[in-house]
Design a protein around this ligand. Structure first.
Ligand SMILES: Nc1ncnc2c1ncn2[C@@H]1O[C@H](COP(=O)(O)OP(=O)(O)OP(=O)(O)O)[C@@H](O)[C@H]1O
Ligand SMILES: [Mg+2]
Length: 235
């Protein structure tokens, strides 16, 4: 579904992603684990066409999209839950959700799109007239998830969806991601919460300083001393 090859992404002279290769098979869930500043968001932005690629390539469903504009992503069935959610706080929950249908290709795929999202997140049905900015952090994360899912993506990319949320809400967010994956959506999950992300993943990539330092089945990474060493800096 997604094939990233030798990807390099620079900010000016500085490389933030330095030759990353990764594969996300159709129907699988893959975690991208890395601590602060590892390059997760930069990689996600490049995948979404929001940060220019210096070299290397990105393929989605065997199409080269390396230099295609961000607006092409919905056509390919790719949706993102960006870091920090990026809602329009003064707009209603409902209008924030409908932004996910802005692209004609997304509208074409979805039957009763709002009903689909409200089935996943019943709380949003009750709050649909509320300004998004007045919702709790967890509810806002659900709006961001709903906005991505309303287009019925084939590939869902999430950038630290659990960040800053209370533990009980984190549980809910991961439970929902697991359910979405269970319905056959391919998931790429960038997270610092290594344990929780790997628990629901098939495969994991650990990145540090813009490079893949380990890649293995999630079950192996969960018990790996090498991961603790590479990722947490433990000896
Ligand atoms: N707009 C920017 N301009 C210049 N450098 C940037 C920019 N955004 C990020 N960087 C740098 O790129 C590197 C990777 O940052 P990035 O945000 O991709 O990491 P991250 O893994 O998402 O971290 P976090 O977990 O804190 O979100 C860091 O060294 C960061 O300082
Ligand atoms: Mg980030």
């Amino acid at each position: 579904m997604l094939e990233v090859t030798d990807l390099v992404v620079n900010y000016g002279e500085a490389a933030a992603v330095r030759g990353v290769s990764m594969t996300v098979a159709e129907g699988s869930t893959v975690s991208l684990i890395g601590s602060n500043g590892a390059g997760k968001t930069t990689l996600v932005k490049a995948l979404m066409g929001l940060q220019p690629v210096t070299s290397g390539s990105i393929q989605v469903a065997d199409q080269d999209i390396t230099h295609r504009p961000a607006a092409d992503r919905p056509d390919l069935g790719v949706a993102v839950v960006p870091e920090g959610r990026r809602l329009f706080p003064a707009m209603t929950v409902r209008d924030n959700l409908l932004i996910g249908l802005h692209h004609p290709a997304a509208r074409g795929r979805a039957r009763d799109p709002l009903g689909f999202v409200f089935d996943l997140f019943p709380v949003l049905a009750k709050r649909q007239r509320q300004q998004a900015g007045t919702m709790s952090g967890g509810e806002q994360q659900m709006v961001a998830l709903g906005r991505a899912l309303i287009s019925r993506p084939r590939l869902l990319i999430l950038d630290e969806p659990s960040l800053g949320l209370a533990p009980v809400i984190v549980d809910q967010v991961f439970e929902i991601i697991g359910r979405i994956a269970g319905e056959g959506v391919t998931v790429l999950l960038a997270e610092q919460n290594m344990q929780r992300a790997l628990e629901l993943s098939d495969h994991g990539y650990v990145i540090a300083d813009g490079q893949v330092v380990m890649a293995a089945p999630a079950s192996e990474l969960l018990v790996s001393d090498g991961v603790r060493h590479a990722y947490l800096g433990e000896p």
